[in-house]
Design a binder for this molecule. Structure first.
Ligand code: ZN
Length: 229
């Protein structure tokens, strides 16, 4: 039975009351107080990868690669905490990154590996990739002497997660000069060839207020640049 048939079946007063009620519900839904804040989805996923190095001795196990992924996702959540974003593995997200075995710099004819690369259109979306090889090798080079296998695995996860933060920032702010940062412990810093990419804490420098403005967050005053752990 359709809605209109059902309305005809009840008395006129009841029909008017129903219409008034429907109007009130529509009004309530349309009032700004009940409008949910727009949330932007950041989709990150891992392609099948492998890695071995002298420092590890034996290749990474599938369990260790799963640990690396969870460490990387935690880095993303920590970095973007306070902004209206969700972190998923959706390939149809507005901004996407795939973690691939290797990422080559398309600006060169010869094969030059890079930590990551992205393209984005302001306000619309972006996509890019992050290199497992580059960051796993970086973790082997920069992790402290005597680091356990577990610490090396965590260092790879941080390296990938922090590169993903940097690349998503490029996608969301495609024209912002984030490489201007001189803070070697910031997400924005231009190079992944540094200890802080893998070990210790990382913080925001100049991009935080720009991200907050671009994403329409009301949290701007809650977290000033550099205020993250
Ligand atoms: Zn960059």
């Amino acid at each position: 039975m359709t809605y209109s048939l059902r309305v005809r079946a009840v008395s006129r007063q009841a029909a008017i009351a129903l219409l008034l009620l429907a109007g009130a519900v529509a009004y309530t839904l349309a009032s700004p107080r009940f409008r949910p804040a727009p949330v932007v989805d950041l989709g990150l996923w891992f392609e099948p990868v492998t890695f071995e190095s002298n420092r590890l001795g034996t290749p990474l196990t599938s369990g260790e690669i799963a640990t690396i992924e969870s460490v990387a996702r935690q880095e993303l959540r920590d970095a973007f905490k306070g902004l209206p974003v969700t972190i998923s593995d959706r390939r149809d997200a507005r901004y996407t990154l795939r973690v691939a075995q290797e990422v080559l710099d398309l600006r060169f004819r010869r094969a030059v590996g890079v930590a990551g690369q992205s393209r984005g259109i302001a306000g619309f979306g972006g996509s890019g990739s992050v290199s497992f090889d580059f960051l796993a090798n970086g973790a082997m080079a920069w992790a402290p002497e005597g680091a356990s296998r577990g610490e090396l695995v965590a260092a790879i996860g941080r390296g990938i997660g922090r590169t993903a933060v940097h690349e998503f920032t490029h996608q969301i702010l495609p024209t912002a000069p984030i490489h201007d940062s001189r803070d070697e412990e910031s997400y924005e810093f231009a190079s992944a060839a540094r200890r802080a990419q893998y070990v210790g804490a990382m913080r925001w420098d100049l991009a935080w207020p720009l991200l907050a403005r671009q994403l329409g967050s009301s949290m701007l005053s809650a977290q000033e640049p550099g205020g993250l752990p």
